[in-house]
Design a protein around this ligand. Sequence first.
Ligand code: SF4
Length: 334
Amino acid sequence: MHQADALLTSTLESWLPDAAVNQNEATEAYRQFHRYGQHPSVIRSGRVVTGVTHEDGTRKFLLRHLDGRETESVIMPIEGRSGRVRQTLCLSSQVGCAMGCTFCQTATMGRVRNLTTAEIVAQWHHATHELEAQITNLVFMGMGEPMDNLDAVLCAIEVLTDHNAASIPPSRIGVSTVGHADGIRRFTEFMQREGMHQLRLAVSINAPNDTIRSEIMPVNRAVPMDMLRETLIEWIQAGGRPVLLEYVLIPTVNDTTAHAEELATWVGDLPCRLNIIPYNPILDSPWPAPQEGDVTQFIEVANAAGLVVNRRQTRGRNVMAACGQLSTASRRNR
Ligand code: SF4
């Protein structure tokens, strides 16, 4: 393995035994590499940022990996409740995705391959040291289904939370899944490790019942909503934080007030927050973006039915950096 990749893949503890220098020098080299990007092997790593696009503060960048494959990552400024703006980096975990969600641009690529831990951590490294973004939060919501590549994702979380590396607190790291039951159970076990209790779990729910969900998310045929809810209850019972339910609001599919009420019934007493994401039309989309009035009405009815609802700001729509719109530029051009 190239030395840069060995550094991107290791916590300080796991890297030290291989370093052919004394412990102090090795510790210093590790910190310099992660904190300041100062290591000669960065230059030789061969991974390059090939394109950066901007819109309303959002920056999307393409990272070309050693085999020429590219992934997209997005840096989003998001204002918290205190008014402080945080820089959230949306990480990809795969090249393409096998899950086939019908509203998602990445799905059109199919799964090309999993990313390695080094390729996941490299997205943070390039965002921080090349694009000079001060990343405060991480979400695995880019290209790919993180639970489909969970070994690499969990290893990346260990490196990204390492105090000698990125030092991102687990409370600021979220993993988003389509509802992969085995993956959620493994992630629940990982969350119970010392220091990891504050990790966040997000689930793309996107529908109020199995009929609609199976139409737009094929995974629902294997893991129907009741089974999914059981895994979320297990997460909560194991001490996990309230779940974030992501709901892409798609006109004529899942956007009526009856759908909002049905969703609230399914949620019941599950501790969660609902994040409404107005649909961002992908290329050749059969659906438009929703009307503002319909979004507001859905949120009001969901609120009245007892759900805690946020609305995700739609950023980067014109640079195809918004939720569900990631795929590589070369693919889009084709
Ligand atoms: S929404 Fe997520 S899981 Fe579904 S196809 Fe897109 S990238 Fe894959």
